[in-house]
Each structure stands twice: as C-alpha cells, then as structure tokens.
Design a protein around this ligand. Structure first.
Ligand SMILES: NC(=O)c1ccc[n+]([C@@H]2O[C@H](COP(=O)([O-])OP(=O)(O)OC[C@H]3O[C@@H](n4cnc5c(N)ncnc54)[C@H](OP(=O)(O)O)[C@@H]3O)[C@@H](O)[C@H]2O)c1
Length: 293
C-alpha cells in the first residue's frame, strides 16, 4: 500500500515509517524541512502541512492509498503559549490533509491524545466524553471532529505518554531521568498525575495493523498498566541500578509556566485487543526491552 506519513521527523513518525517499510509498504515520509533521521530506506519529501499548496503538490505526485497524520505541535506548554500557531498546525493543517486525502479516496488515520479528556476519572474508553483542559487538548479534539466528518474511511488513534529510545535528538521523561541520575543530579518528577505509558514500538505496530485493515473509528492504543511519572522514574532507576533517592516527587501545581494537565487519564485498550489482537508490553517489559537488563 502507498502510505504517506506526516511528522516523520518526530518520535513516533520515525518508528512508524520503519515498521511500514518493513511490512512491505511504499512509504512517503514527510516532515518540515529535510529528513533528520539520517539514512532511511524509504522516500522522504519536505512538507509543511500548514501550506495548502505544498500539500496539494505532494498528494498529487504520490497519490497515497493511506495517510497517517502523526505530525503535530505536540508539546502542551508550547501550545498554551502560542495558541494561534497551535491552531494553525493542529487544526488547519489537519483540514488541508483531509481535503487532499479525500481526492485520492485514501484511508485517513489521525494520531490523537489522552489530553482530549479532562482527567477526572481515568481509564477512558473510546466512547467517553471529550472535555480538554488545555489548548493542546482543544486543538486535538477539534481535529478529531473534522476527521470524523471525512468522506471516506477514517481512524483515530488516541495514545498516552509515549516512551522509547529518543529519535531526532529529542529527549523524553525516561531519557532525561537517566541522564540526570547518571550525573548524580537530583530531579523532580510529578507524582500526582496518572497515565498508562505506551511503548513506541507497540504504538507503531498497532497503527500499522489498523491501516492494513483500514479499521474505522476511534481506537485507544496505550500500555496496559498505570503509573505516575514519578513511579516510572523510580522503576527506571531500579532497573538501571541508579540512585532512586535523587528522584524527588513533586505536585503538578509547583511546575512553573506549565499548561494545566488532565490529572488522571489512562486509556482502556479492550477495543484494540479485540479488533487487532493488540498486546502491548507491560511498562516493566518495555523498560527491559529498551535498556536490555
Ligand atoms: N509523545 C507522546 O507522549 C504523545 C502522547 C499522546 C499523543 N501524541 C501524539 O502523537 C503524535 C506524534 O507525537 P510525537 O511524540 O512523535 O511528537 P513529535 O516528536 O513532536 O513529532 C511531531 C512532528 O510533527 C512535526 N510538525 C509540526 N508541525 C508541522 C508542520 N506544520 N508540517 C510538518 N510537520 C510538522 C514536527 O516537526 P519539527 O520536528 O520540525 O518541529 C515533529 O517532527 C502527535 O500527534 C502527538 O499529538 C504523542
């Protein structure tokens, strides 16, 4: 299948393109500016999806059979501070992609987030009511609505706190904690948020399967078990035999300049288990896979 991926320079995009290519698909990886992942075995095109003319040209030339929209302004604090830009990228960019995908009658899969929920209850199913508490969540919820009006087959995948080996030089919670503890520095990690962390390879594999089956509707793909970021950091320290006492729990409210977070999310993955046999690693297994202990 000819699959166009947005956000290919990003964390998830990198793993997605690799897995799609390995599964025998013809991949067009797209990202802002040049390819930043070094040697890749699939095609790459520069595409800023907020530029409707650029989107039109790339779609006309490649004529995708499926589009995976993984590109986004993905950092909640940046979205809160630059709301106009967040709307342009996360909502209007999605609209440009949908309009062009429609011409090709492509299957359209949008990658969304647990941040569309308010975090009051946790363990959300696909049918739970969307009620974002920050601007990032609002833009993703708005884009979800647009995807649900797409004329051909569409899927929405919501995921949570994705972890794995960082790509493209970007850090994530685990890589920062590891670095700090290896240097013997203390590090504050929030203890009053709760998530079901997701191993990036599991997420990519689930998305590839949904695309192959042209599965319709909303699917939650996350890890199977719940943790606070503080507990995740402690588990990493224990596995790597680093000094866990350097990790200090803190409350979300004390982090300066942060956008409001939904406190307790976590996604129910029962639908994906039944539909595609989704069987993600536990967080402990994911850590062992990553750090080979
Ligand atoms: N990571 C998580 O924990 C998490 C959790 C829930 C949901 N998600 C969702 O999962 C998806 C992938 O996230 P990620 O972790 O891979 O984020 P990421 O590493 O920030 O990747 C997003 C990519 O989108 C690109 N992008 C932004 N604006 C663009 C534009 N106008 N045109 C083309 N590309 C553009 C970025 O390009 P630049 O690098 O050039 O800025 C970046 O490479 C996102 O939709 C995100 O909302 C992620």
């Amino acid at each position: 299948m000819k699959v166009l991926v947005t956000g290919a320079n990003g964390f998830l995009g990198y793993y997605l393109c690799r897995q799609l290519h390995a599964a025998g698909h013809t991949v067009l990886a797209t990202g802002k500016g040049g390819n930043r992942h070094g040697d890749i075995a699939y095609a790459y095109a520069s595409l800023d999806f907020t530029d409707p003319f650029a989107v039109h040209d790339v779609f006309e030339a490649f004529a995708p059979e499926a589009v995976i929209h993984a590109g986004a302004m993905s950092k909640p604090d940046e979205c809160e501070k630059n709301q106009w830009q967040a709307y342009l990228v996360n909502v209007e960019g999605t609209l440009h992609l949908l309009a062009n995908a429609e011409e090709c009658e492509a299957y359209f899969l949008f990658v969304s987030t647990d941040f569309v929920f308010d975090g009051e209850t946790g363990m959300y199913t696909e049918e739970a009511t969307v009620n974002p508490v920050n601007y990032y969540g609002k833009t993703k919820a708005e884009a979800e609505e647009a995807v649900q009006e797409y004329a051909h087959a569409w899927g929405i995948v919501r995921t949570v706190l994705v972890y794995g080996l960082p790509q493209g030089g970007r850090s994530n919670l685990l890589s920062v904690v590891k670095e700090k503890l290896e240097k013997g520095e203390t590090y504050q990690v929030v203890s009053d948020q709760w998530r079901t962390p997701t191993f990036v390879e599991d997420l990519a594999a689930g998305i590839v399967q949904l695309v192959q089956q042209r599965s319709k509707g909303i699917y939650h793909l996350s890890g199977p078990d719940g943790y606070s970021p503080y507990e995740m950091a402690k588990e990493l320290a224990a596995l790597l035999k680093l000094d866990a006492a350097l990790i200090q729990p803190c409350l979300s409210a004390v982090i300066p300049g942060a956008a409001r977070r939904p406190m307790r999310t976590g996604l129910s993955i029962e639908k994906a288990k039944a539909a595609i046999g989704y069987a993600p690693l536990s967080f402990a297994e994911g850590l062992r896979r990553l750090y080979g202990q």
